[in-house]
Structure formats: structure tokens, C-alpha cells
Design a protein around this ligand. Structure first.
Ligand code: NAP
Length: 172
């Protein structure tokens, strides 16, 4: 596998990831896997995603890295970076498999070129979303490596997909 960060997200059929600052749906099994996968690692998010965490508290047992241009933004227990370049310089000092890019849209778009894998909870439904991931299934730099059997959350079908980068053009 190419060296690079790990993107982790839940997306609908049209690659929507959120609406009005919130997730589209919370699937308990996805949440459990997310927490297990990212434990002990760095999780990288935008300020809006941080603000939507329960109680605006950092995720426990992991290094919370938040990007914000607001000089007044300095929550306890969070490492804040004011620019993409500053954050990237720090993240490149960490083992790449220990760096998870967790959203939202603006963070996914900026860090995607530095990601080697993308673990997508693919929800088979089309929501009226307003935030999106780039469509990895239409991006020639990415390939679907594996997809789980379909599962359901109540009547909502979903699968777990693993995409890998097959063109390592921007990964350092
Ligand atoms: N489905 C999923 O897996 C998933 C995961 C996470 C989030 N989401 C959804 O994504 C949506 C939020 O996405 P979003 O794009 O609106 O917000 P976001 O990426 O969470 O946060 C955007 C904020 O991050 C900061 N930021 C971004 N780039 C920066 C840079 N280069 N330098 C400094 N600061 C930077 C800015 O904060 P300041 O304004 O403070 O400067 C910006 O306003 C929500 O609906 C959320 O639920 C979905």
C-alpha cells in the first residue's frame, strides 16, 4: 500500500456527507468501527466538524487536530492549526497510518491528495445533502479494493467499502 493518510467517512449514493452542519445519519456499527479504528491515532478535522462533536469535547484516546483560521479558537485538549500547510507539516512527522482525515467537506477536499486509503460507509440512499466527498468511484486515482456484504440499519442498507489510491502522484 502506498504511504499516505487514511480518510474515513460515511457517504450516501451521491457522495453526500452532511446537511446543515450535521451528519446525514448515524449508524451505530459505523460509529463503533470509527472509534476502534482511530483509537490511539491522530484525527484531523475542520472547526465545524469539531463544533458538532458531542459537548464540543475532543474524541478521547486520540490526538485531536483541528484546522481553524479563528485566532480565538483554542479548545482544551485540541491541537489547532491555522493553515493547511502548517497542519500538513506536523502530520508528516507522524506515521501516516496513524493519521485519519475525518472531515468535513473542506478537510476531505484539501487532504484527499495526501490520502492512500479511504474507508467509506456507503449508505444506499440519496439524501438532500449540502456537503460532499469527491466521488472516488469516478476518480481514476482511486480504486474500490473491497466491499463488505450489505447490512441494514433498520431499513437502511449500507456497506463498508475500502478504496485505495492507485496513482500516488501527490503522496509524499
Ligand atoms: N459523513 C461523514 O463522514 C462526515 C464527517 C465529518 C463531517 N461531516 C459533515 O461535513 C459537514 C461540515 O463540512 P464543512 O466543510 O462545512 O466544515 P469542516 O470542514 O468541518 O470545517 C470547516 C472549517 O475548518 C476550518 N478550515 C478549513 N480549512 C482550513 C485551512 N486550510 N486553514 C485553517 N482553517 C481551515 C475553517 O474554520 P474557521 O471557520 O474556524 O476558520 C472552516 O470554516 C457537516 O455537515 C458534517 O456533519 C460528515
Amino acid at each position: 500500500m502506498a504511504e499516505g493518510f487514511r480518510l474515513i467517512a460515511a457517504a450516501d449514493r451521491g457522495w453526500a456527507i452532511g446537511r446543515n452542519g450535521r451528519m446525514l445519519v448515524q449508524i451505530p456499527k459505523e460509529r463503533q468501527l470509527f472509534l476502534a479504528e482511530t483509537r490511539g491515532a491522530a484525527v484531523v478535522m475542520g472547526r465545524k466538524t469539531f463544533d458538532a462533536l458531542p459537548g464540543r469535547q475532543p474524541l478521547y484516546d486520540r490526538e485531536n487536530i483541528v484546522l481553524s483560521r479563528d485566532p480565538g479558537f483554542a479548545p482544551r485538549g485540541v491541537r489547532v492549526f491555522r493553515s493547511f500547510e502548517e497542519a500538513l507539516a506536523f502530520l508528516q512527522t507522524l506515521p501516516p497510518e496513524k493519521v485519519f482525515i475525518i472531515g468535513g467537506e473542506s478537510i476531505f477536499r484539501q487532504f484527499l491528495p495526501w490520502c492512500a486509503t479511504a474507508d467509506i460507509t456507503a449508505v444506499d440512499y440519496r439524501y438532500d445533502g449540502d456537503s460532499f466527498l469527491p466521488a472516488l468511484d469516478r476518480d481514476p486515482s482511486w480504486k474500490l479494493l473491497h466491499e463488505s456484504e450489505e447490512e441494514t440499519y433498520f431499513d437502511l442498507p449500507f456497506t463498508f467499502q475500502r478504496y485505495i489510491r492507485i496513482r500516488a502522484d501527490r503522496i509524499r
